[in-house]
Design a protein. Sequence first.
Length: 350
Amino acid sequence: MPIPLRPFAVAAALLLTAGSGLAAAQTLIVRRAPIGATIELVVNSTKAGSAKSDSAGDAKIPFTLPTGKTEMDARIYADSCGETRRVIVADRDSAPIPPETDCTRQEITGIFLIRKVTSLVVSVGDPIATVLLRQGSYDLRPRGPRRQAPRGFVVWGGAALVDYSNSLEFGCSGVPSCSGDDRGIGYTVGADYWITRYLAVEGSYIRPPHLTIAGSGNSFHFDSFFEPHLFTIAGKVGVPLGPVRLYGRAGVNYHTGESGTTQVIDPITITNEDGTTTTTPGSTESVDANTDGWGWLATGGIEAWVHPAFAFYGEGGGAGIKGGAEVVEQGQIDNRIWLITAGIKIKIGR
């Protein structure tokens, strides 16, 4: 009992369809023929077209199936006849035309499903001819390797949207009227060294915006500020997806900062029992401190290399700002910032 081959042909055609666009009609593409050779196509016993191979040894011939057919299970043969290369596409149940006396014929093993959108790519440059069948278009242009996110030395810079966590809640505790500016735009610059496409070390500088808080009560008001600078050391783990790389970074930061509070006590006037008044003079007190210390850093991001030497990136995460002051106890700080950063990266060197 003969084994039905059509399911195998259909499966092969489907496997070769993935990733292709649709072609307008059947197309024969012959590759690696002698330059300037005559390429002929015969469908069953009818000559369906001819062309000359170009300087790369390629030729393309559009064709149609026999009248009344929308698809065909075919056998494929390749004839070498001096400076002519002939491809015969014959119905699986029909005998092909016999080869001419000066021709050498090869039958390419298999049954091939030819449809209206089929590209039939026959390579005739090797001792044994081969076929690639694709249900869709086939691009003859050579394709280089897909661009990858780079290794090596990368510098970057960007703008950072920063939010100081719980700063107003802490700074305004117990104050009847209090407000502040606890978020804004800062900036960051840094450098990575990607040891592999998956692992890097980095250092960076983050300049958050100034934190300011102002409050008042029945007989006082105050203004506070904090201006930090963060220097980071971190490791990065990346997941490259071609020219795009997802990454996470974790490490420590060292901060230095200036902080200060100016508090004004308003004059107080007291009316005595005898109707006279007593005024207590007001006062102004300022406390300034320089803080420093170590905190944590954790962010995640994505970089897209639109050029081998240039990328856009975005990331988000947080950092802990911890430290103390040498002069006053009020200079102690233990806070967090959350930041979203976007900018550019530049590959240095090869």
